[in-house]
Design a binder for this molecule. Structure first.
Ligand SMILES: Cc1ncc(COP(=O)(O)O)c(C=O)c1O
Length: 628
């Protein structure tokens, strides 16, 4: 049995496991004793039903577990610390707005009065359509116009526990205008700008330069205006947001401490605050490293909850303020783990070759020296061999540019180079030979595995902010991978690649992969992509939404398809970018008809060509591969 080179045990968080047959298994989070669901069989099964890769799989059991864990961990911390207030979480709709996900969150969160954070009118309309418990909070953040404010204020009358958070001084005037025209006493919140900054990819959401929130001076002005207008009693919530994926628990503690001090001071100013909303920040350990680095976290969920409850309790007690209701807006932590993307590898480009080049008497001296490298290629001298190989290859290339060697000689040198790279890679399989320099060198000669997905549609944060998602083959996990690769998508953009991977021994620039077999699809899974990725994806090269299936796991290693959504057809994506597919078809028909008239194609060809065009219009935007 090979070791867990992809580190699945470290980052899998008990949700994924390597099965005896070398496939990845999805484990039932509530019933660890249940037989895991074989992910490869699941994908093959979907494909037999016509649901092809790339496919996004949402595992409802994983989502349910997270919603429960977050709520129960806060409940435990509250009872452990004897905290007198309660916890009420909300899910920020922007993190995953898909109806299927939102409706399930509302459902799983129902017993815990779990609510929603909305940042736009559209998101507010979603929240107002859900059958939420009366206590569940709806937090209205973001820039709001009077329509947004009107709807939010009047929803209070319908029994929604809705809060309007003032994000900027300008908004106060607008809010007052709106509420003065109604008979509603709104529940207002104020977003404060914490001075404390956090590290990680989203550090700019915190500190003085953060875009949203009121400065200390502005908050005092807001209080005075509300007092003067007779609305100070409506200001019951304080909001702050530290950023997303905060890697370090100490930073969370410090920010919570600062938020609490604001809270206590505002209470002293006579503001009847009751709710302390601490925003997002709870991270996911994407790399399994358990460190305070951008794609990892140095704390557990339990620790996060305990630290928040303890800090708020201590701060409130010290300030003699009664314990507030604590709200958090953890979106990533709720949904990230519940979605995975599966795609197939289409082909590989190798930067080495098995084809031996044998020295000939009339070979160029540099080529002969290159071939001689084999005689001293050992673990100890591998770096020297690599340097020599590059030197001789480059010298021959230089001679070619100066017209001093022929194309045929250069081609022989290039072949020899590829053959010797293969020999060097063999030596580098020995971990002892792998120095840092050789790791770098290996990246330059790694294979490129061309994969059936669009990075821009399915994994935009990998492109935009170097987010790392764990990734592993679904199969052959007991077979040592023979090759190393980087992955390229099917957009024709050189940025459409993945070149950072989580492995058992840390983050690597290459991914160990297995040789492709002619008669077997090789599937890769990208895990923990439920947060932000679906929402931020775009139509680069007109690759549209992938197929999506929502599944439930059963105890016997099976699964049930709970919902299936076809990915975009080419017809649909063309419509999104203002084409009228029917007109495109008519134009194409006219072009083909002209060709028939000129005798360039036969009437039977015409039928074939129009069928191909129509089939493409109605087909998947991704590579439609044949089943093996
Ligand atoms: C106001 C607000 N709340 C909550 C979140 C979600 O945070 P997280 O990514 O930690 O779930 C965000 C995201 O940036 C946000 O801006």
């Amino acid at each position: 049995m090979s070791t867990d080179i992809y580190g699945i045990h470290d980052w899998g968080d008990g949700l994924l496991r390597i099965l005896e047959n070398g496939h990845i298994g999805l484990c039932h989070p509530e019933r660890p004793e249940a037989e895991p669901t074989d992910l490869l069989s699941l994908v093959q099964n979907l494909s037999q039903r016509g649901i092809a890769t790339p496919v996004l799989i949402r595992v409802t059991d994983f989502l349910k577990r997270r919603i429960e864990e977050i709520n129960l961990s806060f409940a435990d911390a509250i009872s452990e610390m004897d905290y007198k207030g309660r916890y009420q979480g909300v899910f920020p709709v922007k993190v995953n707005q898909q109806a299927e996900v939102i409706e399930r969150i509302a459902d799983y969160g129902h017993p815990y009065n779990f609510g929603f954070e909305v940042g736009s009118k559209a998101e507010l309309l979603i929240a107002l359509s859900l059958n939420l418990p009366a206590e569940a909070a709806i937090i209205c953040n973001g820039i709001k116009d009077s329509e947004f404010l009107n709807l939010a204020a009047s929803s209070l009358k319908l029994g929604f526990n809705i809060f309007i958070v003032l994000e900027s001084p300008r908004e106060l005037e607008l809010v007052l205008d709106v509420v003065k025209n109604t008979d509603v006493r709104p529940q207002l919140g104020v977003r404060i700008k914490l001075t404390n900054t956090v590290s990680g990819n989203w550090s700019e959401s915190s500190g003085d330069r953060s875009t949203f929130g009121l400065t200390i001076a502005q908050i005092m002005d807001v209080i005075e205006t509300l007092r003067a207008e007779g609305y100070l009693d409506c200001l019951c919530l304080q909001h702050s947001h530290l950023g997303s994926q905060v890697p370090n628990i100490i930073e969370i503690r410090k920010s919570v401490q600062e938020a609490c001090q604001f809270f206590a001071e505002l209470r002293r100013e006579g503001v009847p605050l009751r709710y302390l909303d601490l925003g997002g920040g709870l991270g996911i350990d994407y790399t399994g490293e358990k460190t305070a680095s951008a794609n990892s976290i140095n704390y557990t969920l339990r620790e996060y909850c305990l630290n928040i409850i303890e800090t708020v309790k201590d701060m409130m007690d010290a300030n003699e303020v009664e314990h507030p209701v604590i709200i958090t807006e953890s979106g990533r932590a709720c949904v990230a783990q519940s979605s995975l993307l599966i795609f197939n590898v289409l082909e590989a480009t190798h930067f080495d070759s098995e084809i031996e080049v044998v020295a000939q008497d009339d070979d160029h001296p540099y080529l002969l020296k290159m071939l001689e490298i084999q005689t001293y290629l050992t673990r100890e001298r591998v770096q020297e061999c690599w340097n020599d190989l590059k030197y001789y290859r480059d010298e021959i290339r230089a001679l070619f540019r100066r017209n001093q060697v022929s194309l045929a000689v250069t081609a022989r040198s290039e072949r020899a180079y590829l053959y010797l790279i293969m020999k060097i890679k063999q030596v580098l399989r020995d971990p002892e030979a792998m120095t840092e320099d050789m790791k770098q060198a290996l990246v330059q000669v790694a294979d490129i595995y061309h994969c059936n997905f669009s990075l821009f549609q399915s994994l935009p944060d990998v492109w935009a902010i170097d987010q790392i998602h764990p990734l592993a083959p679904l199969q052959r996990l007991h077979e040592p991978p023979q090759r190393v690769a980087i992955l390229s998508d099917i957009t024709c953009d050189s940025d459409g690649k993945i070149d950072k991977f989580v492995l058992g021994d840390g983050v690597s620039d290459t991914l160990p992969v297995h040789d492709l077999k002619a008669d077997e699809d090789y599937f890769l899974g990208v895990f923990f992509i439920g947060a932000y990725q679906e929402t931020l994806g775009d139509l680069h090269n007109l690759f549209g939404d992938t197929n999506v299936v929502t599944i439930g796991l059963d105890d016997a290693g099976g699964f049930e398809i709970l919902k299936e959504q076809d990915g975009d057809t080419i017809y649909e994506v063309l419509s999104y970018v203002e084409y009228e597919p029917k007109r495109l078809l008519s134009s194409f028909k006219a072009i083909v008809e002209t060709a028939v008239k000129k005798g360039k194609v036969s009437p039977a060809d015409r039928r074939q060509m129009i069928k191909a065009y129509t089939d493409s219009l109605n087909g998947y935007t991704y590579f439609e591969h044949s089943d093996h």
